[in-house]
Write a protein that binds this ligand. Structure first.
Ligand code: HEC
Ligand code: HEC
Ligand code: HEC
Ligand code: HEC
Length: 291
């Protein structure tokens, strides 16, 4: 009897663990499948983004990524689109702000977002179209028909009604991107592979970034309240390292963290407006700004 009870308990325990495991697996699977049900699904008959739909393909990732022959001129993984030069954008920095400190370098992942969101090229412009063949280094369109109210008939993004997803090339009315974090960076720099301490924020109005060597290169992020502290996760505000060459700056040439579109947004997220964390009580803003 005693044995039997133990056996049942053990069985019940195993079942519970199994169930917990299954929940975890399903939870993860649901999160991964999310992009299909977001506005970043532009393929045929997507059913969720009827303002932007092309009959050219029913694939999802191909609008942004290709497994082969990707665009290495942009710091976005396996990027499948041509991007504009950073110099084609007017940035926030050049507008009048009496308080801005950071320097702007438009060479990061924001260019990938803007390859659709500036409205200058058809959104099915791809370097490697689906299937065998279809490679064109300069990019070419799928040839499908676009439907939906917030594209211009050829697949370029336009603003209509209250929707302002098309940011244009004038970014002076947008939160700065391609900008150093911390109000001018951190106070002591570090080479990309140095394990040395990387200093603190130059401007105390910012929360200090976390950093670590990941795959031998310096990575930076700001820990949000979700997940584990000092571990980079997609629910943290991701910062993008590069070494700006700034005239007269002692830190010139050292790795510094920068803010890009994908610091605040995860293009695959199922959160409203693709935010890395929900902006409840301005949680996104307060992760970085110490206000
Ligand atoms: C609308 C454009 C877009 C679409 C569609 C898209 N991605 Fe991405 N993806 C990006 C961008 C931009 C980045 C870089 C983001 C960053 O710097 O964190 C990225 C990063 C990634 C990464 C590396 C970083 C991470 O978040 O894990 C993986 C893996 C990835 N994408 C896979 C996919 C797959 C698989 C699909 C299709 C199911 C897909 N993406 C669809 C834009 C897109
Ligand atoms: C990933 C970190 C990060 C997040 C998240 C963030 N910001 Fe910023 N913000 C910055 C940086 C870096 C600057 C540039 C500051 C500088 O160089 O002086 C900036 C600049 C600004 C400025 C202009 C400051 C000036 O001096 O002209 C305002 C206003 C602002 N942010 C508001 C917000 C709001 C509102 C949110 C939430 C919607 C937000 N920020 C989210 C990092 C962030
Ligand atoms: C392949 C083209 C494409 C690329 C690349 C792309 N987007 Fe989008 N994005 C879209 C379309 C289409 C919409 C829908 C706009 C609308 O509904 O008006 C959209 C909508 C959004 C929205 C608004 C969502 C909402 O609920 O209103 C955000 C935020 C966004 N994208 C951020 C990004 C960021 C950040 C990147 C880069 C990491 C990016 N996008 C790259 C095509 C793209
Ligand atoms: C500092 C954080 C931050 C950065 C950087 C940032 N965004 Fe956003 N973005 C937000 C927040 C927060 C919202 C939600 C605003 C709202 O709810 O009205 C948003 C909204 C949007 C929307 C939807 C606009 C609307 O009102 O319908 C688009 C599209 C978008 N972002 C694209 C981008 C692109 C492209 C970039 C880079 C050029 C970028 N964002 C950079 C924080 C950011």
């Amino acid at each position: 009897m005693f044995k039997h009870t133990t056996g049942s308990r053990r069985l019940a325990g195993q079942l519970l663990r199994l169930l917990a495991g299954a929940t975890l697996v399903f939870g993860v699977a649901a999160a991964n499948a999310a992009i299909k049900d977001t506005k970043h699904n532009l393929g045929a008959s997507n059913g969720v983004n009827t303002n932007f739909m092309t009959s050219g393909t029913d694939e999802i990732c191909v609008f942004c990524h290709t497994p082969h022959a990707s665009n290495t001129n942009v710091k976005a993984p396996l990027w499948n689109k041509p991007v504009a030069a950073g110099s084609s954008y007017t940035t926030y920095n050049t507008a009048t702000s009496a308080t801005i400190d950071g320097s702007v370098d438009m060479s990061g992942v924001s260019l990938a977002c803007l390859s659709c969101h500036d409205g200058t090229q058809a959104m099915d412009t791809m370097i490697n179209k689906p299937g065998s063949g279809g490679y064109n280094a300069a990019g070419s369109v799928t040839g499908g028909t676009w439907s939906g109210a917030r594209q211009d008939g050829t697949g370029k993004m336009i603003n209509a009604g209250e929707f302002i997803a098309m940011l244009g090339t004038d970014l002076t009315n947008d939160h700065p991107v391609g900008i150093q974090y911390c109000g001018g960076g951190v106070s002591s720099g570090s080479a990309s592979t140095s394990a040395a301490s990387t200093g603190s924020c130059r401007d105390a109005d910012f929360n200090a970034p976390a950093n670590g060597l990941i795959g031998g290169a310096r990575a930076w992020w700001v820990d949000s309240s979700l997940g584990t502290t000092n571990t980079r996760e997609k629910t943290d505000m991701i910062l993008y390292a590069r070494a700006p060459t700034l005239t007269g700056d002692a830190m010139s040439g050292n790795y510094q963290p920068f803010v890009e579109c994908a610091s605040c947004h995860d293009p695959h997220s199922s959160n409203t407006t693709f935010l890395r964390v929900a902006n409840t009580q301005s949680a996104v803003c307060l992760t970085c700004h110490n206000k």
